[in-house]
Design a protein around this ligand. Structure first.
Ligand SMILES: Nc1ncnc2c1ncn2[C@@H]1O[C@H](COP(=O)(O)OP(=O)(O)O)[C@@H](O)[C@H]1O
Ligand SMILES: [Mg+2]
Length: 327
């Protein structure tokens, strides 16, 4: 649904696989474009499920390394004993059980991109080794005589505030600065709620196609319900809820029955939606904002919008025209 014409605002709704029409996401798209053209290390921060891996993928796909490998490694999922061999590899016979040579993740990502997830979980020893690799652009597999030169673009991700960990002495400051050359923050979904209908409807279409169903876009009622919920699991949770709803759906529309109880519980809460207007806003700007937000709330229904605003439909149409708003 568009309230301002696309030519005027230049809003991008989809950037590779990343959906978002809010200003914060427009900024993220811009940052991806800028950083993709370079080789610098990127740090992506944000709660779980906000799209960190999606962003890392997009950077890789848009870089000159696109045709080489994108290797992902979750630092939180590797035991401290194995981490060095996982990252840097080992030679045959380097230790008992090393029956053949094994290339580490860095070597496998050579000329491509290495996505290191949950970097905050790395222990001190690993942090030191990693810093050395990033500074020398070479890795030394366990048992190898000489380091191997590598050319890898590293993208790190964290769902914890790294600077706090630095202050607590749990993350090396030099490594933090090495990662933080360029950072991209993904805000939680509850801080960009205007993206919810777009993401929900896109995934309804995707899953409907997968399950060979025909399902209409969300009704205003269901949309409002999804809008009220706080999404602690962010886009991942929204995607999973839509997936489930599409699987359960027997008709042509997503109805309340197909939503989990925690989302339905939002109905019991206050029905009002708040908006904030800064001091210094002109009356004309405020009027425009109130109309836009009410239109938004009414999902573009002008009859309902006019009713909520206490004006006639004709007068609403005039104002929309005046402020060059679109349906
Ligand atoms: N902005 C978005 N648009 C579309 N899908 C998204 C978006 N953000 C996340 N997702 C989806 O949500 C899930 C979790 O995303 P992921 O990148 O793994 O999050 P994170 O790494 O931050 O935990 C994935 O299935 C991804 O496709
Ligand atoms: Mg992830």
């Amino acid at each position: 649904m568009k309230f301002f014409s696309e030519e005027l605002t230049n809003v991008r709704y989809k950037f590779d696989d990343i959906l978002g029409r809010t200003q914060v996401m427009q900024n993220v798209f811009k940052l991806i474009e800028q950083v993709a053209a370079t080789n610098v290390t990127v740090l992506i921060s944000g709660e779980s499920g906000t799209g960190k891996e999606l962003v890392a993928h997009s950077i890789h796909k848009r870089s000159s390394r696109a045709k080489k490998s994108f290797v992902a490694v979750n630092m939180g999922a590797i035991s401290p004993e194995l981490v060095i061999s996982e990252l840097f590899g080992h030679e045959k016979g380097a230790y008992t059980g090393a029956v053949s040579r094994k290339a580490g993740r860095f070597e496998r990502a050579n000329h491509g991109t290495l996505f290191m997830d949950e970097i905050s979980t790395m222990d001190y020893r690993t942090q030191i080794s990693l810093l050395r690799v990033l500074e020398t652009n070479s890795v030394q597999p366990i048992g190898a005589r000489n380091p191997i030169p590598i050319d890898v673009r590293v993208i790190g991700a964290t769902n914890r505030e790294l600077l706090d960990l630095v202050q607590q002495g749990n993350f090396r400051e030099d490594l933090y600065y090495r990662f933080n050359v360029f950072s991209i923050h993904l805000p939680p979904l509850r801080a960009r709620k205007d993206d919810i209908p777009l993401i929900a409807n896109e995934y309804i279409q995707q899953f409907a196609t997968r399950y060979k169903k025909k399902i209409k876009p969300l009704s205003a009622e269901i949309s409002n319900l999804l809008y009220k919920y706080d999404w602690p699991g962010n886009v991942r949770e929204l995607k999973n809820i839509i997936h489930r709803a599409v699987v359960l759906c027997e008709g042509r529309e997503i109805i309340e029955t197909y939503l989990p109880q925690r989302v339905l519980d939002e109905k019991k809460k206050d029905d009002s939606v708040l908006m904030t207007v800064k001091i210094g806003t002109t009356l004309e700007e405020a009027e425009k904002l109130i109309i836009q937000k009410t239109l938004d709330f009414a999902r573009g229904n002008k009859q309902k919008t006019a009713q909520l605003l206490g004006i006639s439909r004709k007068s609403l149409y005039n104002k929309i025209q005046k402020y060059t708003m679109n349906e």
